[in-house]
Design a binder for this molecule. Structure first.
Ligand SMILES: [Zn+2]
Length: 300
């Protein structure tokens, strides 16, 4: 185990704390879902009768993204953007800036389809369309995927592997990456799980007409939100884990809220031993680590 991974305070030493590059204590893979106006209202067509709701989503790629990229680039922190292909078709110049900043773009459906509602053929169609758009508009073939609307069907992992996806950031269940094995594929899929505590919708997304998220009747205090995020990071860093976010530019990239991200990043950077990485690099590291452990076990 890496000598730099130690718990602070009176807690017992971390068990199963992963090893990170260059002796870094913990890993942070900042991730943003650039949904724009895609989602349920676009899938059922109702968004075309609700221009203000459309504009609310468009604010992400049209306005907030630039502000967010300026912050990330200024601080030298890489990030991953999960982007529905429809957003790339409609804001190609803005999306190209993500790549120009050295960040990663990965799959997030075509119009934010709920994969768990589609059969295998339907999921394949969505992925084929995404591959085509990413190639034509950005000249890239992503290797990452975050499921829109939060869940999979039993077919999803096969569809992803067929599409050349090598990691997903869709599940929960751990605070470290883990490997998923699909029948018929030798290589595993790396899962980099997220958590609702680090989803900005949970604290900051409330809006009216339509009331969404349902049952959330107000936004949280900004101070409380920042404090919550910091504490989640502190625990992750203390235990040497992997933290990723489910942030959305249209939610946290607003003029007042961008300061929360700025302060969160500063707090992380102040620790001095955080590995900031794209999800793609985290997945590759995790695969390499699994391979080296396997090699070690095979040689004894
Ligand atoms: Zn999304």
């Amino acid at each position: 185990m890496n000598a730099s991974i130690r718990r602070r305070g009176s807690r017992t030493p971390a068990v199963h704390a992963p090893r990170w590059p260059n002796g870094r204590r913990s890993c942070v893979a900042l991730a943003f879902d650039l949904d724009g106006p895609t989602g349920d209202a676009m899938l059922d067509g109702s968004i075309w009768n609700n221009p203000s709701y459309f504009m609310l989503g468009s604010y992400g790629p049209w306005r907030a993204l630039e502000r967010l990229l300026d912050l990330l680039n200024e601080r030298g922190v890489p990030a991953t953007f999960f982007v529905p292909a429809w957003v790339i078709e409609n804001w190609p110049r803005q999306c190209a800036r993500i790549l120009e900043g050295g960040h990663e773009i990965a799959y997030h459906g075509y119009r934010h389809e709920a994969f768990w509602t589609l059969d295998r053929a339907g999921q394949r169609d969505v992925m084929a369309r995404c591959i085509d758009v990413f190639s034509r508009y950005l000249g890239i073939r992503p290797v990452g995927f975050r499921t829109p609307s939060g869940d999979w069907s039993p077919d999803t992992i096969h569809v992803l592997m067929e599409a050349g996806v090598r990691y997903s950031s869709s599940m929960r269940g751990d605070d470290r990456p883990y490997l998923l094995h699909a029948e018929g594929f030798a290589a595993p899929l790396v899962e980099i799980p997220g958590r609702w505590e680090l989803d900005d919708y949970a604290s900051l997304a409330y809006h009216r007409n339509p009331d969404f998220p349902a049952s959330l009747d107000r936004i949280a205090s900004y101070d409380t939100t920042l404090d919550n995020w910091r504490r989640e990071f502190d625990g992750s860093h203390r235990d040497g884990l992997c933290l990723t976010t489910l942030f959305h530019p249209k939610v946290s990239g607003k003029p007042g809220r961008i300061a929360l991200l700025e302060q969160l990043i500063e707090h992380m950077r102040e620790q001095g031993d955080v590995w900031f990485a794209t999800c793609r690099d985290v997945a590759q590291w995790w695969l390499d680590e699994a391979e080296s452990v396997h090699t070690l076990e095979s040689s004894v």
